[in-house]
Design a protein around this ligand. Structure first.
Ligand code: PNS
Length: 175
C-alpha cells in the first residue's frame, strides 16, 4: 500500500446456470447479490448432455443485452468444472438462487461436490423473492409453447425469442 492508499479488493461471485432462458427470478438474484459482491459473473454452463432451447451463444447474447450498462455484471460461458472456472476468474464465491425444498436438495448436493473439489471456494445461496417462486425456465417454455404470455416472468427480448424458437420447433415436429 502506498501513502496510506487503500487497496480495493474486489469481491466477486460467479453465478452459474443453464439460464435457458434467464428469468426475472435470476435477474433479481444478480441485482440483490450486488449488495454483497462488487462484481458478479453470470456464467452460462456449456453442457452438451443437456438439450437446451437456446444455444449458449444465443443465451449469452440475450443476457448481455439485459445487463448492458451494468458495469459490475459480466456475462460469460464456461465449460468444465465450475470450481476451476471460479479460480480462473479470480472469484471468491459461487452464487445460486433457491426457490423450494426441491431446489435445496439439488443445491446441497452440488455444493458438497464443489466443496470437496475445492474447499477454498465459498458458496452463497439467496432465497428467491416470493413473487418469483414459481418461475422456472421449463414452466415458462411450456406456457409459451401453449400460447400463453410470460411477460411478467421474463424480459421482452427473451419472450420474443422464446416465441420464435418454440413456434419453429412446433412446426418442425408437426410435419
Ligand atoms: O441452472 P442449472 O442447470 O441448475 O445449473 C447447473 C450448473 C451449471 C450450476 C451445474 O451443472 C454445474 O456446476 N456445472 C458445471 C460442471 C461441474 O462443475 N460439475 C460438478 C459440480 S456439480
Amino acid at each position: 500500500m502506498r501513502g496510506g492508499e487503500q487497496t480495493k479488493i474486489t469481491n466477486c461471485a460467479v453465478y452459474p446456470g443453464s439460464f435457458d432462458p434467464i428469468t426475472f427470478g435470476h435477474i433479481s438474484v444478480v441485482r440483490r447479490a450486488l449488495k454483497i459482491f462488487d462484481r458478479i459473473i453470470v456464467a452460462v454452463a456449456i453442457n452438451t448432455s443437456k438439450r437446451n432451447t437456446f444455444s449458449v451463444t444465443e443465451r449469452v447474447r440475450m443476457m448481455r443485452k439485459i445487463f448492458q450498462g451494468e458495469k459490475d455484471v459480466e456475462v460469460a460461458s464456461f465449460s468444465g468444472l465450475l470450481v476451476d472456472y471460479v479460480r480462473q476468474k479470480g472469484a471468491q464465491a459461487i452464487l445460486r438462487g433457491i426457490r423450494t425444498m426441491t431446489d435445496f436438495d439439488y443445491e446441497f448436493q452440488m455444493a458438497l461436490a464443489n466443496k470437496s473439489l475445492d474447499p477454498r471456494v465459498e458458496q452463497v445461496f439467496m432465497m428467491t423473492e416470493g413473487k418469483y417462486l414459481y418461475y422456472s425456465s421449463s414452466i415458462i417454455k411450456e406456457i409459451v409453447a401453449l400460447g400463453g404470455s410470460v411477460r411478467e416472468m421474463v424480459p421482452a427480448i427473451v419472450e420474443v425469442n422464446l416465441r420464435k424458437k418454440l413456434w419453429k420447433t412446433q412446426t418442425r415436429t408437426a410435419r
